[in-house]
Design a protein around this ligand. Structure first.
Ligand SMILES: CC(C)(COP(=O)(O)OP(=O)(O)OC[C@H]1O[C@@H](n2cnc3c(N)ncnc32)[C@H](O)[C@@H]1OP(=O)(O)O)[C@@H](O)C(=O)NCCC(=O)NCCS
Length: 134
């Protein structure tokens, strides 16, 4: 797999229960969805490795650029910025899709996910994913 050009996609429809007090998408819900989008990218990367999963270690440089409205779709695009030993930095861009437009950049954030492996005692430890951006 060529991680450099890999774009992992994920989508969500904004429902009334996802709205804040002014009727646009609640920021905490957006971050939650972006976390899932980043997790999906990590899941792709970790296939065939010794890791059992990845967890979120840090969320940086988050910017809400445009509001998203109930009834619109949010399309997430995740790309790999860098890969460490156990970590991976994933840039997630959230594009709103309304009835009259297709691609409005609504939010951007950088997630550091860490590959983990389950130990015999049931707890988890970080593990080398052995991947490099080629
Ligand atoms: C993930 C976890 C198992 C890692 O265990 P750890 O032994 O403490 O390891 P560290 O967090 O020090 O470092 C792991 C990696 O993250 C990187 N890292 C640590 N802090 C970071 C930060 N603030 N920003 C970016 N990267 C960071 C380290 O450089 C290291 O990368 P590398 O292995 O590629 O060199 C542990 O920190 C943990 O369980 N955190 C809670 C995770 C969680 O509950 N997330 C929410 C639910 S998904």
């Amino acid at each position: 797999m060529n991680e450099k050009n890999l774009i992992v996609t994920y989508s969500q429809l904004v429902m009334p229960q996802d709205a804040n007090v002014i009727g646009t998408l609640f920021g905490g819900q957006m971050i939650s969805w972006m976390d899932i989008a980043a997790s999906k990218a990590a899941h792709r990367l970790l296939k065939g490795t010794v890791a059992d999963a990845a967890v979120t270690r840090a969320i940086d440089a988050t910017e809400f650029k445009a509001p998203v409205h109930v009834g619109e779709w949010v399309n997430f695009e995740s790309t790999f910025v860098s890969l460490g030993i156990s970590s991976m930095v994933i840039l997630v861009k959230a594009y709103a899709e309304g009835r009259h437009d297709e691609r409005r950049l609504a939010c951007i954030s950088e997630f550091t996910m860490v590959a983990i492996r389950r130990k015999k005692d049931g707890t988890y430890e970080k593990v080398s994913h052995g991947k490099q951006i080629v």
